[in-house]
Design a protein around this ligand. Structure first.
Ligand SMILES: CSCC[C@H](NC=O)C(=O)N[C@@H](CO)C(=O)O
Length: 645
């Protein structure tokens, strides 16, 4: 057996986005591997035949092929591929042959949907006619996005394209983005998500429908918060979508809604679940390319969707009369994508011991159908986490996990690393976490918890950090460390801490408020909530909401009182700062401020700057950079490990 190391990353494989063929006999899915020589990810579409059990590659090449969708008669498979540079729409016959490129948008395709008559509707940004100079003239608040870069002047619109390659024909226009097209069963209408208001500070998209005969656009559902992933019911009477009614705010449960295409009446079907739809569990060992939308049963009475529950992600179903059922059994799973066909669910599932593999479920029987990671994992010392619970000072139950080194013995003492997730409304859960496995395999016990503010424990819990960053969330974390440090096998003289984004904020906050940690690594972090409002791509709404409306003009004192930079002169713990130079979410200036402050104050510190990387370095950065990032984390902790005070 071999330990899991930073280099293990190159051998991981990620399966996802299963899609049934219209006859239900085969499933296509996306398999992503890492090409170490090229330092790139490679995704190909594979096809699994349910009768023969044969699993074959369907597309070839070194590019990233994703979002496979069968045409309604099953004769074509469309997908988005980077094989010509940017992500463009391709189509191929399902019995083989060469893929044909259908779109040539300069900035690529965002989303698409099949029409009944072998046409497709595509959401894409029009090519920028004004790109004469490399100077950027900015007029809007939302001019750049982490991981995307600068948006340019042209908004996203809908276009019709034909499988024979003719088109694209533009079908919507105006100075606003229009995405997520869904086509009515008769092919006459397209519903889509758009934000058509002038207000750029807080965007609350709505659902619109365009009539393809008349070109007229109707407002189908007036959004009051988030609206995404609309899907027509097979009988055309409803559109299901994901949304909430609380403005632009990630600290609420996004729910499954339906709107009647006749009366316009809209309601949430999943409110009583009190859980957010989709996957809110983070990991650094995922390459899921799917856009997971609600899926209707053929009778138009039931909808399938995923939701996050206490660190697990399951497939659920809900009827139009709001009867909710958990569909995937077990309690240690993170379903990252799924497809449904006549009583059978195909899904991609991660577990604490493996990245995503595909499963089929029929009549409560589960069959694993891909084993891409199995040979590798049989030769590795994988540690399996233990679930644990803590009681917060106010009695709230806080969930967590302990990941122990392989070969753990309770007679020995082990150093401990506290890992803090970001968001703050993300969560940890029952998934495979490469960084944590590397630390456990390096001899550390890893403690990770879901303090208040995490998703998956109900709306009251997720709102527990609003207006209180560095307050009770900090206590939840520090009390968990305190409880675990009392265990006889934990070396309380060797406690370490790390986290990313809001987890990096909390790491900075911790070293400024306690001296219990031997060393810290702060990643894609925040130290100044005041400057953040103006420099993050989402700061002007996100940070203001997170501090319960506190803004720079009226509440400067409060904002700074919740900013680690104010307490930098209390820090004694050695801190390594890891940051990506193209991070638009928690901009580089945050790391620079923290580094400069700590250096001026004589704290042992080091700044590691990753060029050509954004906020998602740990998840989809260049593979070599990801390995280097992990080496920096383990190396820093190892450097301070020992008995010296
Ligand atoms: C402007 S502060 C943003 C913090 C960020 N939240 C939303 O984007 C965050 O903590 N992100 C987490 C979870 O995605 C991360 O790990 O990057």
């Amino acid at each position: 057996m071999r330990p899991i190391t930073t280099q293990t990353l190159f051998s991981l494989q990620f399966s996802g986005d299963p899609q049934f063929s219209p006859d239900g006999q085969s499933i296509v899915y996306v398999k992503t591997t890492i090409n170490q020589e090229e330092n790139k990810y490679q995704s190909q579409i594979c096809k699994y035949d349910r009768k023969t059990g044969r699993d074959i590659p369907f597309t070839q090449g070194l590019a990233q092929d994703k979002l496979p969708k069968f045409s309604q008669d099953g004769s074509y498979l469309a997908f988005v591929s980077t094989r010509s540079g940017t992500p463009q729409l391709f189509v191929m016959l399902t019995d083989g042959g060469e893929p044909k490129q259908l779109t040539f948008f300069k900035k690529g395709v965002k989303s698409y949907s099949w029409m009944p008559n072998n046409q497709l509707v595509v959401a894409a940004r029009k090519d920028d006619a004004n790109e004469k100079s490399d100077v950027r003239v900015v007029n809007t608040l939302r001019y750049r996005g982490n991981g995307y870069g600068f948006y340019g002047d042209e908004p996203i619109h809908l276009w019709l394209v034909q499988v024979d390659g003719s088109g694209p024909q533009q079908i919507t226009d105006g100075n606003f983005d229009e995405t997520d097209p869904t086509v009515s069963p008769d092919g006459k209408k397209i519903a889509f998500v758009s934000w058509r208001e002038e207000n750029q500070v807080e965007v609350t998209p709505s659902l619109y429908t365009v009539d393809l005969d008349t070109g007229l656009i109707d407002l189908t559902y007036q959004g009051k918060g988030s609206v995404s992933h609309p899907v027509y019911s097979p009988n055309g009477k409803w559109i299901a979508f994901f949304g909430h009614e609380h403005g632009e705010d990630s600290g609420y449960n996004t729910e499954l809604w339906v709107v009647s295409t006749g009366s316009g009446e809209a309601r949430s079907l999943s409110r009583s679940l009190d859980r957010p739809v989709g996957n809110q569990v983070g990991t650094d060992a995922r390459y899921e390319t799917a856009e997971v939308s609600p899926i209707w049963d053929m009778d138009s009475q039931k909808i399938y969707f995923t939701a996050t529950h206490e660190g697990d992600v399951y497939v659920y179903s809900v009827t139009l009369d709001e009867k909710i059922q958990k569909e995937t059994p077990g309690d240690t799973q993170v379903v990252t994508s799924f497809s449904y066909h006549s009583g059978v669910i195909a899904y991609a599932k991660e577990t604490p011991a493996s990245p995503a593999e595909l499963y089929l479920q029929q009549n409560k029987e589960i069959q694993q159908i891909t084993y891409h990671n199995t040979p590798l994992f049989k030769s590795l010392t994988v540690s399996v986490p233990e679930r644990t619970k803590f009681q917060a000072r106010d009695g709230l139950e806080i969930n967590g996990w302990l990941l122990k080194p392989p070969g753990f013995s309770s007679d020995q003492r082990y150093p401990l690393v506290l890992e803090i997730h970001g968001g703050p409304h993300s969560s940890y859960g029952n998934t495979f976490l490469h960084e944590f496995q590397v630390l456990a395999n390096s001899g550390y016990i890893v403690l990770y918890t879901n303090p208040r503010g995490s998703h998956g424990y109900g709306e009251a819990f997720v709102r527990g950090s609003i207006g209180d960053w560095g307050g009770k969330d900090y206590e939840d974390l520090i009390d968990a460390v305190d409880a675990v440090a009392r265990l006889p096998y934990v070396d309380r003289n060797n406690l370490f801490v790390t986290g990313g984004s809001y987890g990096g904020y909390m790491t900075n906050w911790m070293v400024a408020h306690t001296h219990i940690f031997k060393a810290a690594v702060t990643q894609r972090s925040i130290c100044n909530l005041h400057s953040m409002i103006g420099t993050s791509d989402i700061g002007f709404w996100f940070n203001v909401k997170e501090l319960d409306g506190a803004d720079i003009w009226e509440d400067e004192e409060f904002i700074l009182s919740r900013s680690p930079i104010r307490y930098a002169n209390r820090v004694q713990t050695p801190v390594k700062i890891i940051h990506s130079e193209e991070d638009f979410r928690c901009p580089m200036e945050q790391a620079e401020q923290w580094f400069t402050a700590l250096k001026r104050l004589g704290v042992e510190t080091e700044l590691v700057r990753f060029p050509n990387e954004n906020h998602d370095l740990s998840r989809n950065g260049q593979p070599e950079h990801r390995v280097e990032r992990l080496d920096h984390i383990v190396g820093w902790f190892n450097q301070y490990l020992g008995n010296k005070e």
